[in-house]
Design a protein around this ligand. Structure first.
Ligand SMILES: N[C@@H](CCC(=O)N[C@@H](CS)C(=O)NCC(=O)O)C(=O)O
Length: 204
């Protein structure tokens, strides 16, 4: 049986799935597919017709979407990261979808300006509006975390990895989280996991 194969580079949204694989301790093959050309090669489009990273192949299964990949990997290879029962699993799903719907679109507006727009063409108004709009989901996250350690209680779960994985781009932008002290504390704890550093070191 072949090992699971993960496509993508760590300096992209594929980081989330590389991080999950590292956290799980998965024995996997990594194909360092970039989003600047490799993603449009026929051999990759055969894996993910969207031409986006990450993508996963595990036996007969071909999977795209980072959150789906992470939930699959966790259920199959890393159940210790999944809370027990349907309610726990639903909470994981809730936070994973929340990360990509409530945080990511606003975060991407800032990323596009800061990382992909030449300095003289940047629109400070876009950054400012997106930053202000992020206050709402960040407030929700801060309250949910409260004084507790992780999103679903005392243990780090795939819900933490998925949301912190989405927010990794904000961390790379050195976004100021000081208003949301629980978020800042939790992000630091997530980043301090050995799997975070090993995922960063995987082909970028
Ligand atoms: N919703 C997707 C987003 C994947 C995505 O947009 N990946 C980017 C890299 S960060 C990509 O492959 N872009 C190439 C392109 O859009 O052509 C996921 O979470 O897996």
């Amino acid at each position: 049986m072949n090992k699971p194969t993960l496509y993508g580079i760590s300096s992209s949204r594929a980081f989330r799935s590389i991080w999950a694989a590292e956290e799980i301790g998965l024995d996997y093959d990594h194909v360092p597919t970039s989003f600047r050309g490799d993603n449009q090669k026929p051999e990759f489009l055969a894996v993910n017709p969207n031409g986006r990273i990450p993508a996963l192949v595990d036996g007969e299964l071909q999977l795209f979407e980072s959150m789906a990949i992470n939930l699959y990997l966790t259920k199959n290879y890393g159940v210790r990261l999944l809370p027990e029962g349907a309610a726990g699993e639903a909470k994981v799903l809730q936070w994973s979808v929340w990360g990509i719907s409530e945080i990511e679109p606003l975060q991407m507006q800032i990323v596009v300006q800061q990382f992909f727009t030449p300095e003289d063409k940047r629109d400070a108004e876009v950054v400012s509006r997106a930053t202000q709009a992020l206050a709402r989901p960040l407030g929700v996250l801060n309250t949910a975390l409260g004084e507790g350690h992780y999103l679903l209680g005392e243990e780090f779960t795939i819900a933490d990895l998925n949301v912190a994985g989405v927010m990794d781009l904000l961390m790379m932008l050195q976004f100021d989280f000081s208003q949301w002290e629980h978020v800042a504390r939790w992000l630091k704890a997530c980043q301090e996991r050995p799997s975070y550093s090993s995922a960063k070191a995987v082909g970028s």
